[in-house]
Design a protein around this ligand. Structure first.
Ligand code: BJW
Ligand code: ZN
Length: 237
């Protein structure tokens, strides 16, 4: 049986599917991934930019990087993978999308209640009063300031920072009761998301991975479908 037929059979039988996505699902929309040949980290050192220390040392440099990212992402649209997941979500009473992506494309495509583990590039947060607000300026004036006078930072989770408590709690609840997990377009090395599939498996879930290549997660998967998310996921409808 072709891999997509096996996946489809298990998906249809599932009472509560969970999807975990990474940068690869947005690659076909034109959003750069982090690692790999065209990855963001090839030209920028993560430790220079995606850490709280980097922002303390040089907020303008970090904001320049985010302005570049905002410019790249603004105007991009969801691709068939995002739309197919949104459509799948309508067919289940319980369906959870957990994403590491900050681009907002799952919500744009129509997925409901997306759990954004690493924040959202279109929100800012005050380092003084902690107020969070939507901000879609491209480019944003550097460095942006809150009405309280303190600096604004991207509302994004950097290395060494905890994930938003409410989001991670809901993610673990879903992983504890799901019977089917679809992992799409993530290199599977950034914790805690990298451990989510193993958590669900220990609770008995069937695991499926869709990626261009094998990853450190592939060995614990029940099915690995190699190829483009935008080509494989629509076949599951
Ligand atoms: C396709 C495709 C197509 C391409 N179709 N596929 C245990 C051991 C060691 C270290 C740690 C540990 N636990 C925690 C850590 C530290 C750290 C960590 O995990 N480090 C690792 C690198 C080892 N984790 C953290 O710091 C996290 N916080 C934390 O654990 O807090 C604990 C704490 C508790 C209490 C107090 C304080 C702390 C936070 C992690 C935050 C991650 N943030 C980033 C950057 C944000 C910047 C920004 O976006 O602006 O989030 S890192 C970056 O990686 C980004 C992504 O969301 C994340 C994951 O990347 P992803 O999505 O997997 O993308 P890629 O590029 O890596 O992979 C793309 C994949 O797609 C590839 O496989 C391609 O093949 C595939 N692909 N095209 C299908 N068309
Ligand atoms: Zn403030």
């Amino acid at each position: 049986m072709p891999a997509t037929d096996v996946i489809k059979k298990r998906l249809i039988a599932s009472s509560f599917p969970v999807v975990l996505t990474g940068a690869g699902i947005s690659a076909e929309s034109g959003v750069p991934t982090f690692r790999g040949a065209e990855g963001l980290w090839r030209n920028f050192r993560a430790e220079d930019l995606a850490t709280p220390g980097a922002f303390e040392r040089n907020p303008a440099l970090v904001w320049e990087w985010y302005n570049w990212r905002r410019e790249k992402i603004s105007g991009l649209k969801p691709n068939p993978a995002h739309y197919a997941l949104a459509e799948l979500g309508k067919r289940f009473a319980d369906f959870t999308v957990i994403t590491q992506n900050v681009d907002g494309l799952h919500t744009f495509a129509g997925s409901k209640d997306v759990l954004e583990l690493h924040g959202n590039i279109w929100r800012v947060r005050c380092v003084g009063c902690a107020a969070v607000s939507e901000n879609r300026q491209v480019p944003i004036e550097i460095p942006p300031r809150c009405s309280c006078g303190a600096l604004l930072r991207p509302d994004i989770v950097w290395f060494g920072e905890p994930l938003p408590v409410g989001v991670i709690e809901r993610a673990f609840k879903a992983l504890e009761r799901t019977d089917f997990v679809l992992v799409v377009g993530t290199s599977g090395i950034v914790e805690p998301a990298a451990s989510f599939a193993a958590t669900a498996k220990s609770n008995g879930a069937f695991l499926v991975e869709i990626n261009l290549e094998r990853t450190p997660l592939s060995d614990i998967m029940d099915v690995v479908a190699l190829g483009k998310a935008g080509e494989i996921i629509p076949k599951l409808l």
